[in-house]
Write a protein that binds this ligand. Structure first.
Ligand code: NAD
Ligand code: DAU
Length: 358
């Protein structure tokens, strides 16, 4: 039975990944989730697993080397799946320090402890061990509006403190692979959307604001392009890279689904109206007049687009969920989980929202 150490498993992608893995492998795997439970971490996301004997949760900071070492000492970890990070670009522009702390130093702590646990006296590694570092397409910088894609060979050119910190963490993983032959893969994925996404990110923020009749803030001219991938397709890609990825390789993961932000907002409004019954009072205030153009994000990357050719040809992964279906699944999940949204948007979120969008 394999044991996975998932970092940041109480966040958006981490919790979806844990659900994906138990749905796929059932009792044949163990997962230990280590998470600091920052504002973005939420154990509600994993409530259904609380009593699963193959799942356990450790509340710890990945920068706390003693806590991480203890987990490795007490468990024979086969794979580390490293999600834990500060993940929001806007927050990184206001407060870069914590991004360097968690994303760079935290990754170093994870690498050092996995290396210490897995390395043999001759410098080779115990059979079958792998560290999967979950990264982002933002490390490659920004593309022109009229063409080009991010390949694994595209030079790194991060612009925000967030993407610079993720690029630094990728470089550390690459350095460990080159210097110590440390068994790892890196995945660089495009924008995810789906259940459990924190409403500081575009899609859940627009769904929540539209349902509450609040303004829908669009940065700049609304024509920045992102390549959207349904989160379960990302979870599947990570599992496949763990199983089939060649050691020391990087794999780009993307949806082949480029859309301007304003298109995304219009699709969400149309889909909400289509899905809500006429009797639902929220339907009355959902309309395009809510769209409000606001000051642009500083250093706002214009376009991201992934070429997922390598993961397709080597591993056989392809995006499966069409955006029109994924957005319906996402909206349906938010309809069914109003309480979740209420809980995460109370308290500190209101302060964040007011200072961000004043
Ligand atoms: P998220 O912000 O929803 O979740 C991050 C999780 O990490 C939270 O549970 C948080 O509590 C935890 N965490 C933060 N700091 C920690 C620390 N010091 N110690 C332990 N836990 C800590 O993020 P997400 O959107 O789920 O992203 C997960 C990973 O995927 C990140 O590494 C991110 O860079 C990467 N990624 C995200 C996207 C996307 O579209 N969201 C796309 C590509 C890659
Ligand atoms: O590309 C992968 C990255 O995608 C991940 O590495 C990040 O962790 C994740 O947060 C995401 O980054 P983005 O900055 O692209 O996502 P966000 O949802 O914050 O913004 C998407 C686009 O929408 C971006 O062009 C900014 C714009 N936007 C965002 C918000 C929150 C708005 O116009 N208005 C908003 O209120």
């Amino acid at each position: 039975m394999k044991t996975y150490l998932v970092t940041g498993g109480a966040g958006f992608i981490g919790s979806n990944f844990i659900h994906y893995m138990f749905n796929k492998y059932g009792e044949n795997i163990r997962i230990i989730n280590v998470d600091k439970l920052t504002y973005a971490g939420n154990l509600e996301n994993l409530k259904d697993l609380e009593n699963n004997p193959n799942y356990s949760f450790v509340k710890a900071d990945i920068c706390d080397s003693d806590a991480i070492e203890k987990i490795f000492n007490e468990n024979d970890i086969d794979h580390v799946v490293h999600f834990a990070a500060e993940s929001h670009v806007d927050r990184s522009i206001r407060n870069p320090e914590v991004f360097v702390q968690t994303n760079v130093l935290g990754t170093l702590v994870m690498l050092n402890n996995a290396k210490a646990a897995w390395e043999l006296p001759d410098g080779s590694y115990k059979e079958g061990k792998k560290f999967l570092h979950v990264s982002t397409d933002e490390v490659y910088g920004s593309l022109e509006e009229d063409g080009g894609y991010f390949y694994e060979t595209t030079p790194y050119a991060p612009h925000s403190p967030y993407s610079a910190s993720k690029a630094s963490s990728d470089m550390l993983v690459k350095a460990y692979m080159d210097t110590y032959k440390f068994p790892a893969n890196i995945t660089n994925c495009s924008n995810n959307y789906g259940p459990y996404q924190f409403p500081e990110k575009l899609i859940p923020l627009i769904i929540n604001n539209a349902l509450s009749g609040k303004k829908l803030p669009v940065y700049g001219d609304g024509k920045n392009v992102r390549d959207w991938l349904y989160v379960m397709d990302h979870a599947k890609a990570i599992d496949m890279v763990i199983e089939k990825g060649r050691l020391f390789e990087t794999y780009n993961v993307g949806g082949h689904n480029e859309k301007q932000n304003i298109e995304i907002i219009n699709i969400i409004l149309d889909t909400l109206c289509e899905m809500l019954p006429d009797s639902d009072p929220r339907k009355a205030h959902i309309n395009k007049d809510l769209i409000t153009y606001v000051e642009d994000r500083k250093g706002h990357d214009r376009r991201y687009a992934i070429a997922p050719d390598k993961i397709k040809s080597e591993i056989g992964w392809e995006p499966e969920t069409m955006f029109k279906d994924g957005i319906k699944l996402t909206i349906k999940w938010f309809f069914e989980n109003e309480e979740w949204m209420k809980n995460v948007t109370s308290g500190a979120y209101q302060d964040y929202y007011n200072s961000m969008y004043k």
